[in-house]
Design a protein around this ligand. Structure first.
Ligand code: GLC
Length: 798
């Protein structure tokens, strides 16, 4: 079953059938102000922090699934019938409905009662103001008298105030109305103000939610809509809203445009912005700037391949997903409600690795934040606030409620012992730093001095050595890296037991570092870390090979996880993919372990994390044995590691196999299977229920997953094989043999490369000849800034 389609020209996903089984969301805003908004305009708005500065309220995990939101209602004053332009909350039988989720905006179109309406929700790049740009057209033959209402419910800013202890919270906020502008404040905070207005002088308004809605009504049938006007309410204390109403008249065929706005700041801050955005031209300009902002990012790489789904996803949606994760971290969605913020070490490092070409600035600031969250012993703080490391003058102290709640001391979060330390966290950062430099050529980053989380400072280069040395020290009985609190898999909790994946990751990071040392001419370090790498390689091959594939780890009691003899958790994705990606597995072992993945873990919905799922709890292995079979880390199709298998297959040269795995997970292919998939077909989800679950194929937790970044990285760098290097641009595709080739436009270090890959003899891997602007070269060099270069790559056997 299908609910919508991809509009590639507009780079929009168009939802035409509104009763989707779960919310399909979008992200509005790219800087300080952001809204998470679904296909019925349900969602919430925040400023900088979804934890401490929520502007509008959301009631999560509820029925219906999307309340409240940012709503526009219309009321026919003749018949007293009213409806909402986003279908919900009134849920009237609209003659036409569609929602177009685009890059940082959503447009809703509706046709009802002879009025065609559209509304676009967006936030201009440079102003902290949420706009709902409404156009109404009278398609009936009569003059129409209509009530136009905008409505949003304010939040008590702090997620805690908003969800508990109402004997305090209910009395901490107030509202007022003056000159067409509603002002909302949270008086515990010196800057706890927002305002709301429209382009018109309202005929009536409400600042009190319960006066607009009525205490026995809901957003579906607010009393204000029943009455045809608001009750002009405001008060100190209570629950507040921004409800503005205007009586409007439309002649037959007449079209009019309006705007509702919610702004950050005080009433006096509102005047200029209100005047500016009341002008439709200013809104059009702001929309065009937003479009240009995204176009600039997307221009870093555009592809044209024989695979329509890959084109649509890589050219727009997968990069969009990766970018949103880097911008907003992983903590604001309909599932992650914004009450847990900061940076997850491993997640941030991986997310940042995938966008240096489209968002070098943010990639760099994330790298620096992570370096500050590294202890001088070489492990990263698993979850931390970059704010902790700012000088006291720059820290924003969140507002306190008069209720005494002890505040934890941040020094407490940087513990001496390793009880919260994950064995993989900082290892990811090595590749992120190297990929950033390969993209930008900014080697000077390595010499920058950056503080350690527990005091002192060192160069970026030194931070990198500490990360590698820490993993070299933290090994268990067999010499394989300890699992500690967890490795990439949060639910594999081995403590002093050993993680195959981490040793492979260590090898991968070492390989990146040795290559960097070689390039920089640091021969001593090159030799030292090459020796470390050889040691890790030997240990892995000695201890982890099980005859047909690699084991996942060894418990602290010496039990091997993921062997041929195991009944449960027999084959695992993480160890086997990383054995190949790291370059540790010699070829025949690599082929064999990836064949095991294909044989045991492949499903038409993607690759499962492990199989068969665990059914017997075993605390030596960890929580994954206590998760229901087929769900999340226990035998689900955990999406994030799927691209690792594409990289591994591409490294092995099996293009058809890589594409088979790519195609299985691709949300685009599931667009017509929504009765099973349920979630957005334009986004990867954290996981899809595995074979051992009754809802096999159901996808959960869209957007906020490392899959977006990794899918982009794996497909562009390894399947299409377009990889920047320190002093050249590598083009080394691994494709299905029936691809005749593809083209790509890549921006790199200020030059443009128009790339054409030809595959005349239908090979899966191998490059026979490369020309740049007609001359044959061994590798594509860094070309002059501003130059446009034609690169032709011919695949084939030498
Ligand atoms: C979640 C976490 C991530 C972890 C993964 C597997 O996506 O955010 O850090 O690696 O689960 O457990």
């Amino acid at each position: 079953m299908q609910y919508g389609y991809f509009d590639d020209t507009m780079r929009e996903y168009v939802i035409e059938r509104v009763d989707i089984p779960v919310s399909w969301t979008n992200y509005i805003g790219v800087r300080d102000m952001c809204a998470v908004l679904n296909h019925t305009a349900g969602g919430y708005l925040f400023y900088k922090s979804p934890q401490y500065h929520r502007i509008t309220r959301f009631r999560p995990n509820g029925v219906p699934l999307d309340r409240p939101g940012h709503y526009v209602y219309l009321r026919d004053d003749e018949s007293a019938d009213f409806w909402s332009l986003s279908w919900q909350p009134t849920a009237k039988p609209l003659k036409h409905y569609s929602c177009r989720h685009g890059l940082s905006y959503s447009t809703y179109l509706c046709d009802y009662g002879g009025i065609q309406a559209s509304q676009t929700h967006f936030i201009p790049l440079d102003d902290p103001i949420y706009l709902i740009d409404v156009t109404l057209e009278n398609t009936s033959d009569e003059m129409r008298s209509l009530g136009l209402f905008g409505y949003a419910e304010f939040s008590y800013h702090h997620i805690d105030f908003d969800n508990q202890n109402f004997q305090m919270s209910n009395y901490c906020s107030g509202s007022s109305y003056e000159g067409g502008i509603i002002e909302y404040d949270l008086f515990y905070e010196p800057d706890g103000y927002q305002w709301a207005a429209a382009c018109f002088e309202p005929d009536s308004f409400d600042c009190l939610r319960d006066r607009f809605i009525g205490v026995y009504n809901t957003e579906s049938n607010p009393v204000a809509l029943q009455n045809g006007e608001c009750s002009n309410s405001f008060e100190k204390t209570g629950n507040h809203c921004a409800a503005l109403h205007k009586q409007i008249y439309l002649l037959p065929g007449e079209k009019k445009r309006f705007v509702f706005m919610i702004g950050e700041g005080r009433r006096e801050d509102a005047q200029d912005l209100r005047t500016k955005y009341s002008n439709p031209e200013a809104r059009d300009t702001a929309r065009a700037e937003l479009a240009a902002y995204w176009q600039n990012k997307l221009n870093a790489l555009q592809i044209a391949t024989p695979h329509a789904g890959m084109n649509t996803m890589l050219n727009t949606w997968t990069l969009y997903q990766g970018e949103i994760n880097v911008m907003f971290s992983r903590f604001a969605s309909f599932i992650e409600l914004g009450g847990r913020t900061g940076l997850g070490y491993r997640d941030t490092a991986q997310d940042a690795m995938c966008v240096p070409h489209s968002n070098p600035g943010k990639c760099l600031s994330r790298i620096k934040e992570l370096l500050q969250g590294l202890t001088s012993r070489g492990w990263g703080l698993h979850l931390f606030e970059p704010e902790w490391f700012l000088p006291p003058t720059e820290k924003k102290t969140p507002a306190k409620s008069p209720t005494v709640v002890p505040v934890p001391d941040t020094s407490d979060m940087i513990r001496e012992d390793l009880r919260d330390t994950c064995s993989d966290d900082a290892l990811w950062l090595i590749a992120t730093i190297c990929e950033y430099i390969k993209e930008t050529g900014e080697f000077s980053l390595l010499d920058e001095q950056i503080g350690y989380a527990d005091g002192g400072e060192g160069s970026v280069y030194e931070h990198m050595t500490k990360i590698l040395d820490f993993s070299a020290e933290q090994v268990g009985a067999t010499g394989v890296c300890k699992g500690l609190r967890a490795d990439w898999n949060d639910c594999l909790n081995l403590g002093g037991g050993e993680s195959a994946m981490v040793s492979f990751l260590h090898a991968w990071a070492l390989d990146y570092f040795v290559e960097l040392c070689r390039y920089l001419g640091k021969t001593e370090d090159e030799a030292k870390y090459l020796e470390m790498l050889e040691g890790v390689r030997a240990t892995c091959e000695r201890e982890l090979w099980d005859g047909k594939w690699y084991i996942r780890g060894i418990t602290k009691n010496g039990m091997k996880i993921g062997t041929q003899e195991s009944d449960e958790g027999k084959v695992h994705m993480e160890s086997n993919t990383w054995a190949v990606i790291s370059g540790v597995a010699e070829r025949s072992r690599g082929l064999s372990c990836m064949d095991a993945i294909n044989a045991y873990l492949y499903t038409p919905w993607g690759l499962m994390l492990n199989a068969p799922s665990f059914t017997v709890p075993n605390d030596d292995i960890g929580y994954m044995t206590r998760v229901y079979p087929g769900v999340k880390e226990n035998g689900a199709i955990f999406s994030h590691p799927n691209p690792w298998a594409w990289v591994a297959e591409a490294k092995l040269g099996r293009g058809s196999r890589a594409m088979k795995f790519y195609d299985a997970l691709l949300p685009y292919h599931q667009n017509n299977k929504i009765e099973v998939r349920q979630s957005e077909p334009y986004m990867y989800c954290q996981f899809v229920m595995g074979r051992d679950h009754t809802a096999h194929g159901r996808a959960r937790h869209p957007w906020m997953t490392g899959t977006g970044g990794w899918a982009y990285f794996a497909a562009t760098h390894y399947m299409l094989g377009l990889r920047p290097d320190y002093d050249k641009f590598v083009i080394d595709p691994c494709l299905p043999g029936d691809w005749g080739g593809f083209t790509a436009v890549r921006r790199w270090r200020g030059a443009t490369y128009n790339i054409e890959v030809r595959n005349p003899s239908g090979v899966e891997k191998g490059v026979r000849r490369i020309t740049v602007n007609g001359s044959e070269v061994k590798a594509v060099p860094v070309c002059l800034e501003g130059s446009v270069n034609k690169v032709v790559v011919e695949m084939g056997n030498h």
